[in-house]
Design a protein around this ligand. Structure first.
Ligand SMILES: NC(=O)c1ccc[n+]([C@@H]2O[C@H](COP(=O)([O-])OP(=O)(O)OC[C@H]3O[C@@H](n4cnc5c(N)ncnc54)[C@H](OP(=O)(O)O)[C@@H]3O)[C@@H](O)[C@H]2O)c1
Length: 316
């Protein structure tokens, strides 16, 4: 595993980290037992993955609860990143959300507490002030952001020094590149989420793929009928590069995101031991200039032709 400093801090975070949204019924794609989920987290940790990312909204606390169980006996080996629950904008609400997370996570501190999404109704400065209070109280080590645009990030920084901004970044989602550069130049770490395009880049799906009602992927833009055929053209190139280097397509997609400028860590949602082993090893491979050229050309073509959505969830 390789490690990067997260933003201006001294936290050495693994380049590949573990997303924990899939450890709840709400975002589960592959079904898993509680024992399976704990085993995935422990294997990730053994492989050097030291950053775990969860949120109160993942299964209404279910993901945090299972992460809390997996953490026991290894609290000092994990940088725990979680988020402020949706709608908690006022300082007292941030405190309540933070206390609920601490209880579910069964710990007395959170390493990185992120505001999940900026508010469009309430001043985000108040939410940041709430985060600052949690840092001063010793409940949180670092205040952080997620899905904040440049102006919102600037404003946050004026209230309190935030450590990172969590943003979507994949070969099929590069809209945030200017913002990533801006964050990096201002020593704000970037945690890149959904590098596999929620699975479309893994090569497991084709034009005929459809999910049953209730499956979270019915809401993912890359699986829409008007987008899927375009995203699969990128996947086809990812597969070619993977075959050339004896890698899996998932490894190529993760490797690409991890190597982009200013990326501190890539948050991947691993759903099995085999996946987490593959994903942890993704950054051990070296792609050559020719690979990068073809990947970028495929990605550019997609970005130029695919319809643009505000988020990765079409109806969000
Ligand atoms: N801040 C935010 O607003 C935000 C939003 C979204 C995500 N996130 C964070 O980012 C994390 C990752 O996002 P994500 O899960 O949405 O997207 P992702 O990492 O792009 O895709 C994860 C899915 O890809 C499949 N997969 C993973 N490794 C694989 C491999 N080696 N081979 C084949 N398939 C593989 C799994 O599907 P199956 O389960 O079907 O096997 C897994 O659920 C989340 O857990 C969360 O921590 C944050």
């Amino acid at each position: 595993m390789h490690y990067n400093k997260l933003g201006w801090s001294n936290l050495n975070v693994s380049v590949v980290s573990l997303g924990c949204a899939q450890f709840s019924d709400q975002f589960t794609k592959t079904q898993k037992t509680e024992a399976d989920m704990i085993a995935i987290m422990h294997r990730a940790n053994e492989l050097g993955i030291n950053l775990w990312d969860t949120a109160p909204s993942y299964g209404n606390g279910a993901s945090e609860t299972i992460v809390g169980k997996a953490l026991q006996g290894r609290r000092d080996k994990v940088f725990l990143a979680t988020k402020v629950r949706y709608g908690a904008t006022m300082p007292e609400q941030v405190e309540e959300s933070c206390n609920d997370s601490l209880r579910r996570l069964n710990t007395d501190y959170i390493d990185v507490l992120q505001i999940h999404w900026p508010s469009h109704d309430e001043p985000n400065e108040l939410t940041i002030a709430g985060l600052a209070k949690m840092v001063k109280a010793g409940k949180v080590r670092y205040a952080s952001l997620s899905n904040f645009n440049q102006d919102q990030t600037d404003l946050a920084w004026c209230v309190f020094p935030v450590i990172s901004n969590q943003l979507p970044y994949a070969l099929v989602w590069r809209y945030e590149e200017p913002l990533i550069k801006y964050c990096g130049e201002h020593k704000i770490g970037v945690l890149a989420y959904s590098p596999l395009g929620e699975g479309i880049l893994t090569g497991r799906y084709d034009e005929n793929t459809h999910f049953p009602p209730g499956d979270v992927r019915n809401h993912v833009v890359f699986f829409r009928d008007d987008v899927k055929h375009l995203a699969l053209q990128v996947t086809a190139v990812v597969k070619q590069v993977a075959e050339k280097h004896h890698m899996t397509p998932a490894q190529v997609a993760i490797n690409w995101t991890a190597r982009q400028p200013f990326i501190s860590s890539v948050i991947v949602g691993s759903s099995s031991i085999a996946q987490v082993e593959q994903n942890a090893a993704a950054v051990d491979f070296t792609l050559d200039e020719e690979d990068d050229t073809v990947l970028l050309a495929a990605s550019d073509a997609y970005m130029a032709t695919a319809p643009r959505f505000r988020t990765m969830w079409a109806d969000a």
